[in-house]
Structure formats: structure tokens, C-alpha cells
Design a protein around this ligand. Structure first.
Ligand code: NAD
Length: 370
């Protein structure tokens, strides 16, 4: 199989879909690997490293998309990429189809087999389902949310002028985290490590029990309901939105009126912005212009936070995706789906037929049983 890895073209995106080690393993398996010129540079990987791993460097995106049987990338295809997709080609990347009707219709029209990282499933403890190719990016975003929040609390960034960890004789900052899943847990570790007082809210009591066992003493777990949220909003310096209801729009937990309860110069980092956000005043921002202010509260709502730390994120993402890239190249998507029911939901569409029900519902389309 010819496996093609184009450079990412979405703004402020520095990741790449395959590391040199991935190229080497694919080549060992008898495949040909094409990497777009300088595609790995944003993540600190040079063309020479890919060449040493047995890959070929191709100058243009057209050269990659035109030759490859399977494309491996990071972000959803942009309009200029959708034009290059074709029937019979496997495209393995994040798609987030429910959030984009033009993207969905364009990919359907291309006839390509679209395999989405974010809908590949795995069994989790307690009969739950996890999304193993989404988890690494949530880990990155959770840690980054505190790093960014700490920065925007600085006075020159229009924050309250608070050092999250405090110093001897001065109290530390107060951090409120809404949602104790992957993002929330990583944010809590980070904020607690800095020495802040952390309050972590969730509606899942089993999750709260687990978190109260594993978290350090400066993290308090609280059941999430509107009175508790309002109480902690009043004392918080940094609020992190980290809720998720699978396949649905994020619940609205902080209203515009609630902002008046908060301390001027406090910071909200709404990580859940990619699912619509859990703060009424949140709207998506980019790394080039990440914050804005509403009612004296600094809002940070970057929809692709992991892109900022491309090297770490590329490594974390490809650690999780590479085994699937190898299996897909060996067996093809449909054989893999027949063998592995957890992989099956990853195939969102093929040959112009849509298989993903929430996506069909989001855009008023018909789903074809897989
Ligand atoms: N902006 C970015 O760059 C970026 C990157 C990665 C993830 N995300 C987003 O971050 C969000 C969280 O992702 P995750 O992987 O942590 O999800 P997760 O499923 O691991 O955790 C979500 C948690 O929210 C809790 N929750 C649901 N409703 C709640 C409520 N009303 N109050 C409090 N808690 C509630 C759930 O019980 C769960 O524990 C998602 O929207 C995800 O898409 C954004």
C-alpha cells in the first residue's frame, strides 16, 4: 500500500500524522511511505529523518493525495484537501463531522473511506466506552489549560496578577475545574503540582470517588450542580471548562450573569469549546489571538490547544494511532471492522454512504447501516 502523509494546512497547526519510526515500521511491512516536504518541521522532525527511515519526500500536497492509497494526517481535511480525496482512498485523521456540514457533504461526495480518530472506541472499566485516540489530546489540553491559565492570570496579560502557587506568606490561587474526565484530571494534577487550591466538579459519583482517592490533598472533589458551581465561581482565580457528554453539545454550566459573581481579572479556559463550550460567553479563538475579555473576565477558548505544543502532541497522538495505521495498511478498513467491533464506529463513511448516526442527525442526512 502507498501511505501518504501531507503537511497540515489548518492555521496554527504544527502536528504531523506519522513519526519517522512509523514510516520505518510501515516500510518494513512492505509499504511505500510518502511524506510531504517539511511536513514534520513544525513538530521538530526533519525530512532527513524520514528519508533515513525509508520514506520518500514529495514536494506537493497534490503529489501525496494523488499517489496514496491511504492518507494519515491530524486535522479534518480543509476545502483544498477535500478536492483531492477520491473513491477507494482511506483517510485516517480527526474529522469531527458533526461540527461541519460542508466538510461532511464534501467528504461524502469524494467517495473516500473516512476513518475518524475520534470515533474509534475501546472498552473501559465499569462497562463504559473510551475513545483511545481522543485521550492523548485531552491529556495534552488538560495540562496546557493550567499552563495557559497561569500565564493569562499575569497582569500584563490582563489577568488578576496572581501567581497560582503563591509564595511563603501569600496564599495560592484558587482553581475550579468543571468536569473530572481526562482533561479535568490532567488539569487538576498540573494545578495541584503548582501548589494551587483546586476544586474539581463532576456529576459522576464513581469518578469523584476515584479522584478523591488518587488526587493530592490540595484537590477537593465536589458534586457538580448549579449552586456549587456559583459558590466556587465567586472565589476562583482560574476556571477550566472540561465537561463532555459523549456525542452531544457541551452542557452550559456558566452563564453570562455568573461572570458578575467572579473576581475581575479571573481567567476562564473553556477547553470544551470544540463541543460548543460550557460557558455562555465562550467563542472559539486561535493560537494567534487566543483571548478576549467579557465583563472583566479573560476568556481563553482555543479549539485546537494541542497544536501549540506540536512536538509533544505529535508524539502523544502517534503513540496511540500508529498501531491502527499499521493494521489499516495491512488489512484495510472493512476487514479490520469485521474483525474488531471497537474499530467499526471509526469508519464514518465510504463510497458516498454515511454510517455514523449522530453525524446524520446533526445534518439531516440519511445513514446507511454499516
Ligand atoms: N480545545 C481543545 O483543544 C481540546 C482538546 C482535547 C479535548 N477537548 C475537549 O475537552 C472536553 C473534555 O474532554 P475529556 O476527554 O476530558 O472528556 P471525558 O469524557 O474524559 O470527561 C468529561 C467529564 O465531564 C463530566 N461531566 C459531564 N457533565 C458534567 C456536568 N454537568 N458537570 C460536571 N462534569 C460533567 C463527565 O462525567 C466526565 O467525567 C471535550 O469537549 C473535548 O472534546 C478540547
Amino acid at each position: 500500500m502507498i501511505v501518504g502523509v501531507p503537511s497540515e494546512v489548518k492555521s496554527d497547526e504544527y502536528r504531523i500524522g506519522l513519526l519517522p519510526v512509523g514510516a520505518e515500521l510501515l516500510v518494513k511491512d512492505g509499504h511505500k511511505v510518502l511524506i510531504q516536504k517539511n511536513g514534520g518541521v513544525g513538530s521538530g522532525f526533519t525530512d532527513d529523518q524520514y528519508i533515513a527511515a525509508g520514506a520518500e519526500i514529495v514536494d506537493t500536497a497534490e503529489g501525496i493525495w494523488g499517489a496514496a492509497d491511504m492518507i494519515v494526517k491530524v486535522k479534518e481535511p480543509q476545502p483544498q484537501e477535500i478536492k483531492l480525496m477520491r473513491r477507494g482512498q482511506q483517510v485516517f485523521t480527526y474529522f469531527h463531522f458533526a461540527a461541519g456540514k460542508d466538510l461532511t457533504l464534501g467528504c461524502l461526495e469524494s467517495g473516500a473511506c473516512c476513518i475518524a480518530y475520534e470515533t474509534l472506541e475501546a472498552p473501559a472499566p465499569g462497562g463504559k466506552i473510551s475513545l483511545p485516540l481522543l485521550t492523548p489530546m485531552s491529556e495534552v489540553a488538560g495540562k496546557l489549560s493550567v499552563q495557559q491559565g497561569a500565564k493569562y492570570l499575569e497582569r500584563p496579560q490582563e489577568g488578576r496578577g496572581i501567581l497560582l502557587g503563591g509564595v511563603p506568606g501569600v496564599e495560592p490561587g484558587e482553581v475550579l475545574i468543571l468536569g473530572g474526565g481526562v482533561v479535568g484530571t490532567n488539569a487538576a494534577w498540573m494545578a495541584a503540582g503548582l501548589g494551587a487550591n483546586v476544586t474539581l466538579l463532576d456529576i459522576d459519583l464513581d469518578r469523584l470517588r476515584y479522584l478523591s482517592e488518587v488526587m493530592p490533598a490540595n484537590v477537593t472533589t465536589i458534586y457538580s450542580e448549579i449552586h456549587a458551581i456559583r459558590k466556587y465561581l465567586e472565589i476562583s482565580d482560574l476556571v477550566i471548562g472540561a465537561v463532555l457528554i459523549h456525542a452531544a453539545k457541551a452542557p452550559m454550566l456558566v452563564t453570562r450573569n455568573d461572570l458578575r459573581r467572579m473576581k475581575p481579572g479571573a481567567v476562564i479556559v473553556d477547553v470544551a469549546i470544540d463541543q460548543g463550550g460550557c460557558v455562555e460567553t465562550a467563542k472559539p479563538t486561535t493560537h494567534s489571538n487566543p483571548t478576549y475579555i467579557v465583563d472583566d473576565i479573560v476568556h481563553y477558548c482555543v479549539a485546537n490547544m494541542p497544536g501549540a505544543v506540536g512536538r509533544t502532541s505529535t508524539q502523544a497522538l502517534t503513540n496511540a494511532t500508529l498501531p491502527w495505521v499499521l493494521k489499516l495498511a495491512r488489512e484495510g478498513a472493512h476487514r479490520l471492522a469485521d474483525e474488531d467491533r471497537w474499530f467499526r464506529p471509526a469508519i464514518n463513511m465510504d463510497g458516498g454512504a454515511l454510517f455514523n448516526e449522530p453525524v446524520a442527525e446533526a445534518h439531516g442526512l440519511q445513514v446507511v447501516p454499516a
